[in-house]
Design a protein around this ligand. Structure first.
Ligand code: MV4
Length: 507
């Protein structure tokens, strides 16, 4: 679809990101259309949009994942474009194509670019051709154990087996010695087959103790593609980021330029348009390696907005409408420091068990340098149908030390009653000496978890039992509602925690 002026945009998402996109539309004078499920009839995104259309049942499969239905709604209400947000339909090649085929603008990359990044081995081949550094290893699936061992001998142990169709850590296995290869390959293949319907697995050298640093890119339809700097995303647990910041203590101006130029080369090689993110591992020697490209707006985009002064969602909409990126975006340097904490309905004292209930009290932090991107309010029912992220608390200050102090102050102001949240966990991180020094890498949080949560995570069995209990409690609550409620989520749910629970159960 050739870009065109956008008068009305359908927001195919919910929660804080739907609210974020609706706000950008309003500021640009674009009318917005929310869609909502049975569970979201009174949700803030429904109220904030100019129009709202009910699209089905509470389970994502019956509502926010019904791409064809959503496209039908967009046409009926006269929308020009669909913004997918993150998650749900945002990185489904078929959806981006179906939107285009329906004569609508997809606020995101072309389907071809989504496809180019969907296969990790294909993306590694593309990276090689574009002179983008990748972790040493293969760029095709291995045939068998013998081949995997021969490759591991060449690169040296430890190696990491990865799913070719993968991403996000599924189907990954570290192999420390040749004797472990056979069983690791079996497991990686099986996990990959279950998760992606493809058992192709390739080999990489395992990088020990790296940081996860990503580069925001923005590309228009006129040949301009710019890097908007890095985000440090090392504070994560089970591939779920908890805290992100911009810039990174590990990135000098020279390294920023090198990583930015690399990300732009990758985006250009993929024919990328709109906002996207290149993920890198940054090792202790300052070497960086391209991992994958996220072909969507990311949860953590606000930290980039605060240090660049660029409204990424507005620029997504402008670029989709055919506007040119200004030349000045080529020479940005980050100003000050931004930190984001994800406020989730999880209980850190209890192995981050999902917490459900009704928000009975909410006090949102305010004051200098504080931003709250939220999708809930007093009265919101927090169930188990969707991702547990309720809101993002983001702060900006002149330097990192001041930003950490400001985040600590803002977290002290935050009060949520009715459900457990990650607030106290974030407070402890802001008080942690290693975090305050910026001395973090991708394993840091899991190493420090016991001391940061004041509790040991429950054993796998206990976690599954506790989640089962939470599901039953949720079903009770639904049944007690005046309208009888919707059926409780089952194993078919899409929330990250249900996947985690199933994986726990399989271990
Ligand atoms: C790696 C790695 C170490 N060495 N590759 C995890 C998900 C996927 N995006 C790639 N991942 C990793 N790939 C090599 N060769 C460590 C990880 C990794 C990781 C990367 C980014 C953020 C968090 C992570 C947590 C665990 C492992």
């Amino acid at each position: 679809m050739t870009p065109r002026a956008l008068g009305k945009v359908l927001v195919a998402n919910r929660g804080e990101i739907a609210v974020r996109i609706i706000r950008a539309c309003r500021e640009l004078g674009i009318r917005s259309v929310a869609v909502y499920s049975d569970a979201d009839t009174r949700a803030p995104h429904v109220r904030e949009a100019d129009e709202a259309v009910h699209i089905g049942g509470a389970a994502a499969r019956e509502s926010y994942l019904r791409g064809d239905h959503i496209i039908g709604v967009a046409r009926r209400v006269g929308a020009d474009a669909i913004h997918p947000g993150y998650g749900f339909l945002s990185e489904r090649e078929w959806f981006a194509r179906a939107v285009r085929d329906a004569g609508l603008v997809f606020v995101g990359p072309p389907p071809e670019a989504i496809a180019a990044m969907g296969s990790k081995t294909a993306a590694r081949q593309l990276a090689q051709r574009a002179d983008v550094p990748i972790v040493p290893g293969t760029t095709e699936g291995v045939a068998d154990e013998a081949e995997a061992r021969a490759i591991a001998d060449r690169f040296g142990y430890p190696v990491l087996l990865k799913a070719a169709a993968g991403g996000g850590g599924k189907g990954m296995r570290v192999v420390h010695k040749a004797a472990d290869m056979a069983s690791a390959l079996d497991t990686a293949r099986r996990e990959s087959q279950n998760a992606f319907g493809d058992d192709s697995v390739y080999v990489e050298k395992y990088i020990v103790g790296p940081r996860h640093v990503e580069i925001q890119v923005l590309a228009d339809h006129h040949g301009r593609c710019v890097s908007l700097g890095e985000r440090e995303c090392s504070v994560q647990r089970r591939h779920q980021k908890m805290i992100e910041e911009a810039p990174s203590v590990a990135v000098s101006p020279d390294l920023r330029r090198a990583m930015g130029d690399t990300a732009v080369r990758m985006a250009k090689a993929a024919g990328y348009r709109n906002a996207g993110t290149c993920e890198f591992l940054l090792d202790r020697d300052g070497q960086f390696y391209f991992l994958e490209m996220n072909t969507r707006l990311q949860v953590e985009h606000p930290v980039t907005e605060l240090v660049t002064g660029i409204d990424l969602v507005k620029w997504q909409l402008r670029v989709a409408a055919g506007e040119e990126i200004p030349e000045s975006f080529e020479r940005l340097t980050p100003r000050g420091w931004a930190i984001e904490c994800r406020i989730t309905s999880e209980d850190p004292a209890n192995g981050f068990l999902p917490s459900t209930g009704r928000i009975s009290y909410l006090h949102v932090p305010t004051g200098p340098g504080v931003r709250w991107d939220g999708g809930v309010e007093v009265g919101s029912e927090i169930g188990l149908y969707y991702d547990p992220m309720l809101a993002k608390l983001i702060v900006w200050a002149a330097d990192r030390e001041a930003a950490v102090a400001r985040m600590h102050r803002a977290l002290l102001e935050l009060a949520v009653d009715g459900i457990e949240t990650s607030r106290d966990f974030h407070l402890r991180v802001m008080e942690d000496d290693e975090f305050r020094r910026g001395d973090i890498e991708i394993q840091w949080l899991e190493r420090r978890l016991a001391s940061l949560t004041g509790a040991r995570p429950p054993a796998a069995g206990a976690r599954v039992a506790a989640i089962a209990a939470a599901l039953l409690a949720e079903r009770d609550r639904q049944a007690r509602r005046p309208n009888g409620g919707a059926p409780a989520a089952t194993g078919a749910g899409d929330a990250a925690w249900t996947r985690a629970a199933r994986q726990d159960g399989l271990r």
